[in-house]
Design a protein around this ligand. Sequence first.
Ligand SMILES: *[C@@H]1O[C@H](CO)[C@@H](O)[C@H](O)[C@H]1NC(C)=O
Ligand SMILES: *[C@@H]1O[C@H](CO)[C@@H](O)[C@H](O)[C@H]1NC(C)=O
Ligand SMILES: *[C@@H]1O[C@H](CO)[C@@H](O)[C@H](O)[C@H]1NC(C)=O
Ligand SMILES: *[C@@H]1O[C@H](CO)[C@@H](O)[C@H](O)[C@H]1NC(C)=O
Ligand SMILES: *[C@@H]1O[C@H](CO)[C@@H](O)[C@H](O)[C@H]1NC(C)=O
Ligand SMILES: *[C@@H]1O[C@H](CO)[C@@H](O)[C@H](O)[C@H]1NC(C)=O
Ligand SMILES: *[C@@H]1O[C@H](CO)[C@@H](O)[C@H](O)[C@H]1NC(C)=O
Ligand SMILES: *[C@@H]1O[C@H](CO)[C@@H](O)[C@H](O)[C@H]1NC(C)=O
Ligand SMILES: *[C@@H]1O[C@H](CO)[C@@H](O)[C@H](O)[C@H]1NC(C)=O
Ligand SMILES: *[C@@H]1O[C@H](CO)[C@@H](O)[C@H](O)[C@H]1NC(C)=O
Length: 878
Amino acid sequence: MRISLVSWFIFSLFIATFFSMAAISVSGQCQREQQQLLLGFKNSLNSSLSAKLGTWNQGTDCCSWDGITCDTSGRVIQLDLSSQRLSGETNNSNSLFRLRHLQTLKLAHNTQLGGQLPESIGNLGQLTWIELWSCKFTGPIPKTLEKLKRLIHLDFSHNNFFGPVPKTLEKLTQLIYLDFSYNSFSGPLPSFASLRNLSELILARNQLNGPILSTNWSSLPNLVSLDLRRNSFSGTVPPTLFQSESLKEMALAQNQFSGGFGEVEGEVSSQLEVIDLNHNGLEGQFPMFVFEIKGLRYLSLSWNKFSGVIPLNAFQKLKNLSSLDLSYNNMSVDSTFTNLPFPDVYELNLASCNLTKFPEFLKNLSFLQDLDLSNNRIHGQIPSWIWTPHLFHLNLSLNFLVELERASNMSPYMGVLDLHGNQFQGKIPFFPPDVRYLDYSNNNFSSVIPSEIGDFLNSCDFISLAGNNFHGSIPESLCSNFHLAVIDLSNNSLSGSIPHCLLTQMSMWLGVLNLKQNNLSGIISDTFSEHCGLQTLDLNQNRLGGKVPKSLANCRMLEVLDLGNNQIEDTFPCHLNSTSELRVLVLRSNNFRGDVNCAANTTWPMLQIIDLASNSFSGKLPQGLLMTWNSMKANKFEPYSPHLRYEFPLLTGIYFQDSVRVTMKGLELDLVKIQTFFTSIDFSSNKFEGHIPEAIGDFKALYLLNLSNNALTGPVPSFLGNLPKLEALDLSNNHLVGQIPLQLANLNFLSFLNLSNNELKERIPLGTQIQSFSEASFGNNAGLCGRPLEVQCDSPPVSKDGPSNSGTGKHVNWNFVSVEIGFVCGIGAVILPLMFCKRWRIGYYKCTDGVVYKFFPKLDPRNRTRKTISHWTPGRRL
Ligand SMILES: *[C@@H]1O[C@H](CO)[C@@H](O)[C@H](O)[C@H]1NC(C)=O
Ligand SMILES: *[C@@H]1O[C@H](CO)[C@@H](O)[C@H](O)[C@H]1NC(C)=O
Ligand SMILES: *[C@@H]1O[C@H](CO)[C@@H](O)[C@H](O)[C@H]1NC(C)=O
Ligand SMILES: *[C@@H]1O[C@H](CO)[C@@H](O)[C@H](O)[C@H]1NC(C)=O
Ligand SMILES: *[C@@H]1O[C@H](CO)[C@@H](O)[C@H](O)[C@H]1NC(C)=O
Ligand SMILES: *[C@@H]1O[C@H](CO)[C@@H](O)[C@H](O)[C@H]1NC(C)=O
Ligand SMILES: *[C@@H]1O[C@H](CO)[C@@H](O)[C@H](O)[C@H]1NC(C)=O
Ligand SMILES: *[C@@H]1O[C@H](CO)[C@@H](O)[C@H](O)[C@H]1NC(C)=O
Ligand SMILES: *[C@@H]1O[C@H](CO)[C@@H](O)[C@H](O)[C@H]1NC(C)=O
Ligand SMILES: *[C@@H]1O[C@H](CO)[C@@H](O)[C@H](O)[C@H]1NC(C)=O
């Protein structure tokens, strides 16, 4: 026993010695100065969450610290602290930038680490490899970067860098990999002609513009992949891209390229495997030369303006083709041939291609997963052979289909089925097992919703039966389904009450509940779950009574609440003050009463659209409350402003978009997307009294203001002239007195104005738009005079400077403006880039974690396990 212990001791001593010697011989003992620099770096950050930095202690050899590699003389040559949840900002004096021997610097995926990239990075002249992707760096690229002449790999993607892509990059002649994607770089593309070793150039998702002709792309002998998607590049697609002997992947989608391919034709000697040109302005005949690029695997030309007839049989030349997207051009697809095999694609998108029947060759595509034939002119029955064994996503929406033939051997993976906008009648034909997304909206179905519907939708995230003629009550079985994130039953004839369980059990999972335009009655039960995750609740146009439930305040993520056109009897819902995300509140046409004041003055800083019209609200307009609506005040132009939408936690890439309806006289207009800067206030047809509050003068972002049909007194305030965006202003039917202020002439965008039925007097101001409105805009006041009224004024006119350009008035005669919420779904457009990502040779990890995360920050709002759809990732990828 003893002997064995001793020998064990000796043995372990030996092992320990061996390994420490080995360590020294590989990496050397850390130099004291290097150790101090590293500790200085550590101390400049908040590293409390980092496992690696936990091992960085004064007492130990710094070459043994996690994330550090030294050379034989104990100098730090590699530092890898990727994904360490570091936070903080680096500056010029950070000791990191004195580690002069550093060759590799990896700080990627520390989303709270950033600041300006300091100039002192130029001190690290030995660097060959930098990875800073998915951090929080901002500002322009420092000029000193050009000193890092040994750089081979440079990845700054997914940060907030802005400014130009520096010309001086041309000095980094060793570069093989350059990735600046997902930043805010702007300006033209510099020349990359000197980067002879460059293999991958990735600048996607920036704001770069101008032509891309400054580089002769075929003279870069090693360029394999060029990704310029999602910028604003313009001009023609350079022919040199098709003459390169190395280029395999060319991704220019979502830019503003124009023109045809005339110059390219006949000069193709291409190795291209991926051509991605969707969402540009390319035109002319379909580019036949693509059929000579024999190695092509991925071809996307959708959303351009190509015209002509494409003979689908030409594609048989492209034996390796696995994904083809020709949707939304001005082309007709000729699918009449039958005798030739079509390449075995897994993705085929022929939306809006003037098809009149299902192409026969589809029968033989045994690997097909995605098929989009939407927006064509296909009539009749869906044949059983459409259900090929691997089909996951089938979109046949917007055709003239009436019937569906089921197959015995259906794909068990059928995840997305979209049949909206056809002419199906009677009962719902079937529910594919395990379907995730099911859209039967806008058909002619007329039946009750099957009471066991919930059982069919075991793993469904999205169900829409909207815009049909379903009647009867809402089945309670829907509640048994914990996946459902969106339920849209709007625009049917459903009656009865809203099942309690829908709000109790499901609201935790449910993001969107749309029951608009039915005949639902009863009350909205006060049973919203404490973990309510609803973002949109739309109950407009039903016959619901009772009060606004107190427990609705549990829905802290609520962005859209529409209770308009019901019979609710309540006071203003101050108790919803915890829903700080609320952007749209519609209470129109109910029996609300009392004043609109909340004790704490704290309500909804994000509020953009509020519609309280046609109730019995009274008292003064709430100055204190109005002052808290910050998003009405922001007067910023956001060219890339996002739209309000609900993103699916599980089905990445499919989203549900809220839309808004503006009702004008005799015309209803669905603004399909609620842009997050659109704002409007409608308080009309209530019993409000007192003056128009000053807070409105701060609403620089306001587009529509309707205070008509109240009992407001006092003058028309001059601050209304300071609302630069205002397009419609209705103050009619009040008791406003005095003159119309001259400042109203400043409202350049005003296209609707109604001041009639007040007690206004004196001259109507002369100015930009005012005279272009009709007499009715000013009618029935105490003593107004001057154009456009017939009544002449006694006193001479006081004009604002400059001529009036009254001719530009748009003359939109909005009777009143009301706002309703509607929905539109987007699908596909976002799935594709993701799939595309997976096919990208490099950056797979970033695609699945970085891109998706940035794109869908709310990916997992309720801490569900993030699942990827396993059968969605097929075996056959590039
Ligand atoms: C640089 O950052 C460190 C810590 O992060 C801070 O103590 C120092 O004041 C900063 N220096 C400058 C010039 O901002
Ligand atoms: C460091 O980060 C953690 C986690 O984010 C945070 O709780 C802590 O307050 C931060 N410490 C400092 C000093 O900022
Ligand atoms: C760049 O290419 C040149 C020759 O084309 C070669 O000598 C050099 O080693 C390459 N650099 C790298 C980092 O591969
Ligand atoms: C681009 O470079 C290639 C190879 O270096 C050359 O043959 C071709 O003429 C050049 N094209 C243009 C338009 O400069
Ligand atoms: C098609 O793909 C196969 C396998 O990847 C490859 O060997 C072949 O060369 C490709 N065909 C063409 C024409 O590029
Ligand atoms: C679409 O193509 C037809 C001919 O196929 C042509 O007459 C028409 O002008 C094209 N439309 C557009 C918008 O390009
Ligand atoms: C669609 O096809 C029909 C014939 O089937 C043809 O008359 C029409 O011009 C085509 N439309 C377009 C846009 O090519
Ligand atoms: C489909 O496959 C069968 C047998 O594999 C073949 O006879 C037929 O010609 C093919 N049809 C098409 C349209 O490719
Ligand atoms: C919400 O309003 C209640 C009173 O109605 C008040 O007690 C509470 O502090 C408010 N909450 C917030 C977050 O302002
Ligand atoms: C709310 O705002 C009004 C008007 O500014 C003010 O008179 C009132 O004191 C405020 N109430 C609170 C609780 O801050």
